[in-house]
Design a protein around this ligand. Structure first.
Ligand SMILES: Nc1ncnc2c1ncn2[C@@H]1O[C@H](COP(=O)(O)OP(=O)(O)OP(=O)(O)O)[C@@H](O)[C@H]1O
Ligand SMILES: [Mg+2]
Length: 219
């Protein structure tokens, strides 16, 4: 589903942030990505999410080499992915329902489908009765559940999460990880960057370790 071959990345004027990363994540896998601050976790997620371009190597998503995707194919490919952020990135000028509906509005779905899909997504994260409230009135854990509902509402094949529990306490973090497992059980492929070693151990999943831009350990 996601394949990286000898991928490297440097930002303008910087040294290499990622060097010769080769890894393959199969459809339906749930994989964690860990490593110290600055190791390149966010950069790796951005490359896979097509938010940054590699300087070398090959990335393919669902069998498509992203170098061969035409510019107008990029949004299409991006729509096959969902993103979850550490700081939730919810819009505070609209309610929970409209936050979750955003990806569907971009896709131009009609109102009936939007309502049905948003309700299903809010139901999946246990927030079906919170659609009308503003995000800032929710707890951190609830806000992240809204972030996850927004990330899955368009039924992406791949879910990418960058430190999704970085702002949450351990109990809420566990809840969020269990939610990820639920979407994985439904067939979504997940790649989740996290510092939370205790929780990663508890989840007992394949874990990639980055150290200074190199992939250390992939059992
Ligand atoms: N836009 C950018 N321009 C220049 N350098 C960058 C940029 N983004 C990241 N870097 C550098 O790339 C390296 C890796 O950063 P990255 O954010 O991928 O690490 P990380 O593993 O996600 O760290 P953290 O755990 O702190 O989130 C760092 O040295 C960082 O300073
Ligand atoms: Mg990061």
């Amino acid at each position: 589903m996601i394949r990286l071959e000898q991928v490297s990345k440097r930002y303008q004027g910087s040294a290499f942030v990622l060097a010769n990363i080769s890894v393959e994540i199969a459809a339906g896998e749930m994989v964690f990505l860990t490593g110290h601050s600055g190791a390149g976790k966010s950069t790796l997620l951005k490359l896979i999410g097509l938010l940054e371009r590699p300087n070398g190597g090959r990335i393919s998503i669902g069998g498509l080499d992203i170098r061969e995707v035409k510019p107008r194919g990029i949004p299409w490919l991006r729509q096959r992915m969902g993103f979850v952020f550490q700081d939730f990135q919810l819009l505070d000028d609209r309610n929970v329902f409209e936050n979750v509906a955003l990806p569907l509005r971009i896709l131009g779905l009609d109102e009936r489908d939007v309502r049905r899909r948003v309700s299903a997504a809010l139901d999946a994260v246990g927030l079906v009765d919170k659609g009308r409230v503003l995000p800032r009135t929710l707890s951190g854990g609830e806000q992240q559940r809204v972030g996850i509902a927004r990330a899955v509402v368009h039924r992406p094949a791949i879910l990418l999460a960058d430190e999704p529990t970085g702002n949450l306490d351990p109990a809420l973090s566990r809840e969020i990880f269990e939610l990820f497992r639920h979407f994985n059980d439904l067939g979504t492929t997940l790649l989740i960057a996290s510092h939370d070693l205790a929780l990663l151990r508890e989840m007992n999943q394949r874990t990639l370790v980055l150290e200074q831009g190199r992939l250390l350990h992939d059992p």
